[in-house]
Design a protein around this ligand. Sequence first.
Ligand SMILES: NC(=O)c1ccc[n+]([C@@H]2O[C@H](COP(=O)([O-])OP(=O)(O)OC[C@H]3O[C@@H](n4cnc5c(N)ncnc54)[C@H](OP(=O)(O)O)[C@@H]3O)[C@@H](O)[C@H]2O)c1
Length: 305
Amino acid sequence: MKAIDVGSSGLLASEISLGCMRIAELEQREANLLINTALEVGIDFFDHADVYGGGKSEEVFAEAFSGSSFTREKIYLQSKCGIRQGMFDFSRDHIISAVDGTLKRLKTGYLDVLLLHRPDTLMEPEEIADAFSRLHQSGKVHHFGVSNMNPGQIKLLRKFVEQKIVANQLQLSLTNTGMIDSGINVNMEIDRSIDRDGGILEYCRLHDITIQPWSPFQYGFFAGVFLDNDKFPELNRVIDALAEEKGVTNTAVAIAWLLRHPAKMQPIIGTTNATRVRDIAQASAVEMTRKEWYELYLAAGNTLP
Ligand SMILES: NC(=O)c1ccc[n+]([C@@H]2O[C@H](COP(=O)([O-])OP(=O)(O)OC[C@H]3O[C@@H](n4cnc5c(N)ncnc54)[C@H](OP(=O)(O)O)[C@@H]3O)[C@@H](O)[C@H]2O)c1
């Protein structure tokens, strides 16, 4: 498994991360197998949020990790905060208490990365800056980032926050390519030229912010998985042909497509199936040519001007 320097911060982690959003649904022994398999194949970066399973995902992870042969220093734990029942909350008090809750559930003294989960339009960047500084000085959080934010929102934060913004977690998959489409179709009078994110792809590249694609196998907003799905015959035909040629699974091809982008992304996979984790990890060793990358992009139903 290749490593990635998250946000050029010196945090060298596996380029594929395991997202733990769905693990609250597992029996503990299934979660143990999942986490141990991830560690075995070289995945050392785990994505959490205080809201996943209402906090249970973090607890299930902690229990699974305590039975592994790895020590805390060998892995990276990222969690998110800011989503509350019926509102978003980036207030200083909420950020600080959310981190304390996460640390308790994860049974750890520190988070490697804390992300602000979804933009809170009532955010006061001075308060966020204060919360981040307190968390950093106390050693509770080593690095900071955001999720689902556009360039303007990150600029606003950067005006006040002392620490580097190392990551931005965004929805991106072969079937959710808005941030790529708008750059390919600049100034065209077609829907794909619509810039829905303010040029977030280029902004993150310019500022060494690692894009972490979430839901890399889903189409729509949690509408289902595009792999082996009759709704995407051409895409699956091309994915399957490449998978056969490269001797990997279709899941590995879908992730290799994200890893091939020079923005140096860190996909967050959400499977709860240990065999799938093992298969997906092979993506790190896949060499994908420019031609293959565009072939997949077009097979997903996109066009080039
Ligand atoms: N920042 C945000 O706003 C945000 C939003 C959503 C998610 N996330 C993060 O992103 C992570 C991934 O999200 P996700 O779980 O929606 O992503 P995903 O990896 O695209 O989807 C995984 C889901 O698809 C199912 N699946 C069915 N067939 C599959 C196949 N052939 N290959 C792979 N998966 C298959 C999995 O089931 P099995 O478990 O049975 O394999 C699982 O339920 C989350 O865990 C979370 O950490 C962040």
